[in-house]
Design a protein around this ligand. Structure first.
Ligand SMILES: [Cu+2]
Length: 167
């Protein structure tokens, strides 16, 4: 009992975590804002309305996934800015699943079985992100219920899953 998990310690660390994530979100939004300015100034026609820029910030830690939005627009081009803020590699997949994210079918090594019929993958980082790495992926997702998962061995069961509603 030398290291009690005091409520003070918990709230302190989550305060740090939130401020770190908030800074990262602000940085990404600035990045997208600047990019948008440069992009629109390049078009001299001026008639075309700028497309809405849907940027979803995904911050992965050991072992949690935080997303800036969990309700997403259907059939819209969405940029997922995935950042690994943990100390070990993480990946991200988004699969369509009929039910809640906590009971996906697993393989023997506790990975989500991505071959399960009905678990259509809409996004996949392909390889894992190293600690500190950021990767941007775009997807155009049909309406439905989805689950974002880090599917490295055991990470799903450790809590790296988020339910998403696309509508
Ligand atoms: Cu992971």
């Amino acid at each position: 009992m030398s290291k009690p998990s005091s409520p003070t310690g918990t709230s302190l660390s989550s305060t740090f975590w939130f401020s770190g994530s908030a800074l990262f979100v602000v940085g990404v939004l600035l990045l997208f804002g600047f990019w948008g300015d440069n992009h629109t100034s390049g078009t001299s026609a001026g008639a075309a309305a700028p497309e809405p820029k849907n940027a979803v910030v995904v911050v992965e830690t050991d072992f949690h996934i935080a997303m800036s939005q969990t309700v997403l627009p259907a059939n819209a081009r969405i940029s997922f800015v995935v950042h690994n803020d943990g100390h070990v590699p993480h990946e991200l997949i988004i699969v369509k699943a009929p039910s809640s994210g906590s009971n996906l079918p697993l393989k023997r090594d506790a990975d989500v079985n991505e071959e399960t019929p009905g678990l259509t993958s809409e996004l996949d980082t392909g390889s894992s992100l190293a600690a500190g790495e950021t990767r941007t992926l775009t997807a155009d997702i049909p309406a439905g219920h989805y689950i974002a998962v880090c599917n490295l061995p055991g990470h799903y069961k450790l809590g790296m899953r988020v339910d998403l509603l696309v509508n």
